[in-house]
Ligand binder design. Structure first.
Ligand code: FAD
Length: 282
């Protein structure tokens, strides 16, 4: 199918892009890697009258070290982050998750910011952002604001970004500990039925910090804070991990669809969480 007609702009600076966003607001769609937007347009599931292509806005791409963590420009391609030594050193969880996104050709085009702004609850990067406590930087001609990840995802394919704003940067703080990313999909490269990101930090034989964030388990990524709390101060033992994983999974509210029932997703989530916690400490 062909997309509906729209006016196309390809600004070459962030200021120009923000001015267009201010002018056209909710009539506009932002084209980043196009890996989600183009199918939505072709299937006529979205009808923007204006498309603002960020492909020429060089200042929005790049990966920098920031306060021991990372600052990643929204237009950084997923493939660049996946192969970055800096990302591998600072945030191995992100690399593990990126490898699960579609296929290399999709990651060549798809961007870090596009995946987060698209806010698919079955996507890998929103769960990683939730697990790491990311901050999302939004800018408009009115100014800049920093959104904690807990306030960013509003619901299915919906974020707290305003119609005149662009996501410009993702900040991933330094998080101590081993990590693991696990998901189940019908075929490699498909969107996950359900998955989990885990980080566990040990201190003198006990768990100092534990983080669990699920994908495919509700309308937004789900951070399992109660289960995390039960692990803090505990010994890193399979029984403790199994208990925390069960506790997290029963609270999930995934949907049932043609691919899997909600009950199946919850059961798989418990198994994946236990395995991820074990792997993060091995
Ligand atoms: C066959 C196939 C398989 C896939 N498998 C997976 C998978 O397993 N896991 C997964 O997570 N994804 C998967 N994807 C989607 C892919 O990861 C996309 O790259 C991602 O969802 C969107 O990133 P993008 O850069 O392509 O954004 P685009 O498609 O260009 O944009 C997506 C949405 O975000 C908005 N947007 C983009 N950038 C900004 C910004 N800076 N500020 C404000 N709004 C913005 C756009 O307006 C649009 O609404 C798959 C895609 C395909 C085609």
């Amino acid at each position: 199918m062909k997309p509906p007609a729209f006016e196309y702009f390809a600004p070459s600076s962030l200021d120009q892009a923000l001015a267009l966003r201010a002018q056209y607001g909710s009539e506009s769609a932002v084209l980043a890697g196009g890996q989600s937007l183009i199918p939505l347009l072709n299937l006529r599931l979205t009808f923007p009258s204006v498309v603002i292509d960020l492909g020429r806005v060089a200042e929005l791409a790049g990966i920098r070290s920031a306060d021991g963590g990372l600052s990643i420009g929204a237009m950084t391609r997923q493939r660049e982050a996946e192969h970055s030594d800096l990302v591998q050193r600072r945030s191995p969880l992100l690399v593990k998750a990126l490898r699960q996104i579609g296929h290399p050709t999709i990651r060549n085009r798809g961007t870090i910011g596009g995946s987060l702004a698209h806010a698919d609850p079955a996507a890998e990067l929103p769960a990683v952002a939730a697990a790491l406590g990311a901050e999302l930087v939004a800018r408009s001609t009115r100014g800049e604001r920093t959104i904690p990840v807990g306030n960013f995802f509003d619901g299915f394919l919906t974020t707290s970004l305003q119609p005149d704003e662009l996501l410009v940067e993702v900040r991933l703080p330094a998080v101590k500990g081993g990590s693991s990313f696990k998901e189940v999909a019908r075929r490699h490269g498909d969107f996950a039925l359900v998955g989990v990101a885990a980080v566990v930090a040990l201190n003198q034989g006990t768990i100092e910090d534990a983080r669990l964030a699920f994908l495919g388990a509700g309308p937004t990524p789900v951070r399992a804070t109660e289960a995390e709390a039960t692990l803090r101060g505990a010994r890193p033992h399979e029984a403790a991990f199994a208990e925390a994983a069960e506790k997290a999974a029963v609270r999930l509210e995934p949907s049932s669809d043609i691919h899997a029932t909600a009950d199946y997703r919850r059961r798989v989530a418990a198994v994946l969480a236990r395995r991820a916690l074990l792997e993060a400490t091995s």
